[in-house]
Ligand binder design. Structure first.
Ligand SMILES: Cc1ncc(COP(=O)(O)O)c(C=O)c1O
Length: 257
């Protein structure tokens, strides 16, 4: 496995160029919407680099399926490159509100992968109820109702991003359904997370090693069910948190000794 710099097609290009013995094919794996910062991949540039070196591009659209693209097919659809991508994977557990996942490919050889995957070989396949729930959600995503839900979630994303930005929070990326604010360190981040929870707002606490650049994040995942009023309440809690920061910092200094 060769790692390349986060979201950098240039670095991928350098690293792929350095591999002298090209045994087998490259398999380049990226995400559509990155789960921690909520930033997005420039898929066309990754495609150009990957294909230039004879590799395949695999995109995990776990966080982008359902919310990006005209029909909700994901970031590759939104960026107009769906037909060039080699493999697209996603989960049923986010916008499809079920359990399981999928992988699709335009390559006929993909049939081999299907035959050796766990659900085909073993009995522990997804249950009919999970599949039905996911299929129903897929139908809704690609419908006028899905389009409305997407319009709603994007409006909420813009609203929340603008609100937190105005309060001076250091946000990790442009507006998207994943909005993360960088905090000074793990302990302060955990104290703030706890304060928000005690005051009626649940967000995700995201700390190293699960985060890029060793960052500590208060991470919010929006849903199309959030209303404009819900988002105003989130912004209000973050405003109150700003007022609490001096107290929390004092507690932190005491803890740090
Ligand atoms: C980027 C990414 N891919 C895939 C998954 C898989 O999700 P699950 O195990 O719920 O199917 C997740 C879960 O959070 C994820 O963040």
């Amino acid at each position: 496995t060769i790692r390349f710099r986060h979201n950098s097609p240039e670095d991928l290009d350098k690293r792929m160029s350095r591999v002298k013995e090209k045994k087998g094919d490259f398999f380049v794996i990226i995400e559509g919407l990155y789960s921690m910062f909520g930033d997005i991949a420039p898929i066309d540039e990754f495609l150009d680099v990957t294909h230039k070196h004879g590799g395949y591009l695999y995109i995990d659209e776990a966080h982008s399926y359902g919310v990006f693209g005209e029909t909700g097919c994901g970031l590759a659809e939104a960026q107009g490159v769906l037909d060039r991508v080699d493999f697209i994977a996603g989960t049923f557990s986010k916008s499809l509100a079920s359990i399981g996942g999928f992988c699709v490919s335009k390559h006929p050889e993909f049939e081999i992968a299907r035959k050796v995957m766990r659900p085909y070989l073993f009995t522990a396949s997804p249950t009919p109820s999970n599949i039905t729930a996911a299929l129903t959600a897929v139908g809704k995503i690609n419908s006028p109702m899905g389009k409305q839900l997407r319009d709603d979630i994007w409006a909420r994303a813009e609203q929340l991003h603008a609100g937190l930005d105005k309060l001076g929070y250091d946000l990790c990326a442009e507006p998207s359904p994943v909005i993360a604010a960088r905090r000074p360190n793990e302990v302060i981040c955990a104290m703030e997370w706890n304060w928000l929870l005690e005051n009626g707002l649940y967000v995700n606490l995201a700390v190293p090693p699960g985060t890029p650049q060793s960052s500590s994040l208060l991470r919010i995942s929006l849903s199309a069910a959030h209303t404009e009023d819900d988002v105003n309440q989130i912004i209000e809690k973050f405003a109150q948190l700003k007022d609490k920061q001096a107290d929390l910092m004092q507690d932190f200094m005491k803890l740090a000794g």
